[in-house]
Design a protein around this ligand. Structure first.
Ligand SMILES: *Cc1c(COP(=O)(O)O)cnc(C)c1O
Length: 389
């Protein structure tokens, strides 16, 4: 029997029990108390105790030495790339299957995104293909490798842990080391995900997180830079706080800095959210298990599951059509949304967007194939029950 859109939507509905958003925030803990305290004390803006507390909680939870809170994940990536040494005229390797912010952050530095292929088992960068590709196109340059086809320096590699699934970090780190390329992790989607027991965002020079409204933990809008390098953390704080030299009353800045710091009121929400993160993770795992069971009887589609080396936070659950069933993508999206099930396709791969269409890239067959078969399905933790207050 051939798979129908009706069957796919029925499988999703059997788990959600009716209408469901893709990912709704859950504000049910100490958010009210902490925000009220900010308002009562009038410490709402760019200084305040919650920013420090939020940064400490992030560092503790992820095992990273240092966390620097900023206004959003895109700003975290932008500042992170600048701190990695990315400059105008450089190229930065990124996956084409990502949210546009990854590519935009590279462009904000005046650099060019250079798109690399993913592997289907992680939905993230394929280390083996990247190694072969670099061996082919990279030549040693002055303190970095150079793309011999464009003549531009390749300054860094950014990996992204898609929908919470960690990329295969060990071989990726090895490739980066072999070519002398710093690794930046866009960990916007992977708070709570670990690779071989170690939290994502700990495997490169630095990492970026996002606390946008639909992420696993939200601050309304927010982000953070993670690093294990004390000196780098200091520079990150400086760069994202207008590069102001500490002084009781004088305003003196020693470089072009950015007004990227997270307001205290947002950090207050973040502290309350982080307190409940372990509960979110538990329920999201439960939900992923239910989707897995619901899709198991269907031939031609599967619920995407974690690898044996990566524990996923299952931020957004994925239903992946098998090759040959691409024609079902549109009907499933149309029917599910008609029924009030907020489902959506993968992002349009970056190399198909007008502003990035001419960027250098390797062969992206897997990227295009996955993008034609992937459906994000409702993933709010609440779909697996109410959490503890
Ligand atoms: C959400 C996200 C970002 C950017 O985060 P914002 O806080 O929305 O700026 C960056 N990269 C990826 C992969 C994301 O999913």
């Amino acid at each position: 029997m051939t798979l129908t859109a009706e069957q796919v939507v029925a499988a999703i509905e059997s788990v959600t029990g009716g209408k469901a958003l893709l990912h709704a925030p859950e504000i049910a803990g100490n958010e009210w108390t902490y925000v009220k305290e900010c308002l009562d004390t009038e410490w709402v803006s760019t200084v305040g105790a919650y920013v420090d507390r939020f940064e400490k909680m992030l560092a503790e939870f992820t095992g990273a030495g240092f966390a620097v809170a900023v206004v959003n994940g895109t700003a975290a990536l932008h500042a992170g790339l600048l701190l990695t040494g990315v400059r105008s005229g450089d190229e930065v390797i990124i996956p084409s299957l990502t949210f546009v912010a990854t590519a935009n952050a590279v462009a904000y530095c005046g650099a060019t995104p250079h798109f690399a292929e993913i592997e289907e088992r992680t939905l993230g960068l394929d280390p083996a293909r990247l190694a072969d590709y670099l061996a082919d196109i990279a030549r040693p340059g002055d303190g970095c490798v150079v793309n011999r086809l464009t003549g531009r320096p390749i300054r860094a590699v950014v990996c992204m842990h898609t929908f919470g699934h960690p990329v295969d970090l060990d071989p990726l780190v090895a490739v980066c080391e072999r070519f002398g390329l710093p690794l930046v992790e866009d960990a916007a989607e992977s708070l709570g995900s670990t690779y071989k027991g170690r939290h994502t965002g700990n495997h490169g020079k630095l990492a970026s997180l996002s606390f946008n409204g639909n992420k696993i933990v939200t601050t309304g809008g927010g982000g953070a830079i993670l690093t294990n390098d004390a000196e780098l953390a200091k520079r990150a704080k400086h760069l994202t706080t207008t590069a102001k030299q500490p002084h009781p009353f004088e305003f003196r800045h020693d470089m072009v800095g950015y007004n990227y710091r997270l307001p205290n009121v947002n950090a207050a929400i973040g502290c309350a959210q982080l307190e409940r993160l372990p509960g979110f993770l538990e329920r999201k795992r439960l939900l992923a298990g239910r989707y897995h069971a619901a899709f198991a009887p269907l031939a031609g589609i599967r619920a995407f599951v974690e690898t044996d080396f990566g524990r996923s936070n299952y931020w957004l659950n994925v239903a992946l059509l098998e090759p040959g069933n691409e024609a079902l993508l549109e009907p499933v999206l149309t029917l599910s949304n008609q029924r009030g099930l907020q489902c959506r396709p993968a992002w349009t791969p970056m190399h198909h967007l007008p502003m990035y269409a001419d960027c250098p890239r390797m062969e992206l067959k897997v990227t295009d194939s996955v993008a034609a078969r992937l459906i994000n399905i409702p993933s709010s933790p609440r779909l697996a029950g109410e959490g503890e207050r």
